[in-house]
Unconditional design. Structure first.
Length: 312
């Protein structure tokens, strides 16, 4: 017997059925948006959620190929393992990769880089994303956001409409009664589609185990040189430099989420496979973003503020 999210017991068969229902829902959303929209794109960070999303999209159109490209908004502050994984996965699925560069946005003057030892490029992704959507004339973007990640994302509809400036206004979103989706886009709008809205972190890992979805190696325990800052373990090197009084040390860690290396922390863990990660996730009492993403903890409304600016 295994615990399910509400604390009750469920058999492996019941868990598998629950995950299968989530898969069916996600595939239906992907197919409906692809059918209704002229030029969609799938946003891909190299993290576990976007890996599951790409797996579902490939499954939705099998045995045909994916009818839309994959786009990575590249901050330039990446974990090397994630870029290696991204390129491997794109080759595996035979999909077109569009790389939208935050560095290019900075060089062109479209974005202004933060300064100081704790500067991050994470907030700058909104400008780069919106420019890429305009450049390639994408009218829909699939994202891997889930409602359980953050209270701002809990407000998100499965189909999230953005105005001419790419901004999100929660009060202007369309109702979705009885899971009826309306993908009709008004002039000047584009939409973000979130097929994983009703999934939890535990569901994601269960699906990874059932479907044998490949992930970057940093999702499993490994030794890494880190510094502890504001309760988070940041990987030393690249954008993270030691401040006065800080000391780097070796620790056995893994990552619960993948993002800009300047603000994405690791957690102490010896979980080296999916089964061991599932045990950890089932016992966790804080979401992965709440525990390991400094940019989300900047203020109580940090995520909602960025979403209003055009963030994922």
């Amino acid at each position: 017997m295994t615990m399910i999210d509400n604390g009750t017991q469920a058999t492996p068969a019941e868990i598998k059925q629950s995950v299968a229902e989530l898969e069916d829902e996600a595939i239906t959303i992907i197919r409906e948006v692809a059918a209704e929209c002229r030029n969609p794109v799938l946003l891909f960070s190299g993290g576990k959620d976007s890996a599951v999303l790409l797996h579902l999209a490939a499954k939705a159109f099998r045995p045909g190929s994916l009818p839309f490209p994959v786009m990575h908004v590249d901050t330039g502050h990446n974990f090397e393992e994630v870029i290696t994984y991204r390129d491997m996965l794109v080759e595996h699925y035979g999909v077109k990769l569009v790389v939208a560069s935050v560095q290019a946005s900075i060089d062109s003057g479209r974005a202004v880089e933060e300064t100081g030892p704790r500067a991050s490029r994470n907030r700058l992704q909104s400008v780069t994303l919106l420019d890429a959507i305009a450049e390639h004339k994408f009218d829909a973007a699939f994202g891997g956001g889930r409602r359980d990640e953050d209270k701002a994302r809990a407000k998100e509809r499965i189909l999230s409409f953005r105005d001419h400036f790419g901004q999100w206004e929660p009060r202007a979103q369309r109702p979705e009664p009885w899971n009826m989706l309306n993908a009709k886009i008004r002039p000047g709008e584009h939409l973000r589609a979130f097929p994983l809205s009703n999934w939890t972190e535990l569901d994601i890992w269960r699906y990874i185990g059932i479907e044998n979805v490949a992930l970057p190696s940093i999702y499993f325990s490994h030794r890494r040189t880190v510094v502890e800052r504001n309760g988070m373990l940041l990987s030393v090197g690249g954008p993270v430099v030691l401040e006065a009084g800080e000391k780097a040390f070796e620790e056995t860690v893994r990552y619960r989420t993948v993002g800009d290396a300047s603000c994405t922390g690791a957690v102490r863990s010896t979980a080296s496979n999916v089964e061991e990660v599932l045990v950890e996730v089932a016992a966790a009492r804080i979401t992965e973003r709440g525990a390991t993403r400094a940019d989300d903890n900047f203020s109580d409304s940090a995520m909602e503020d960025r979403k209003r600016e055009g963030y994922f």
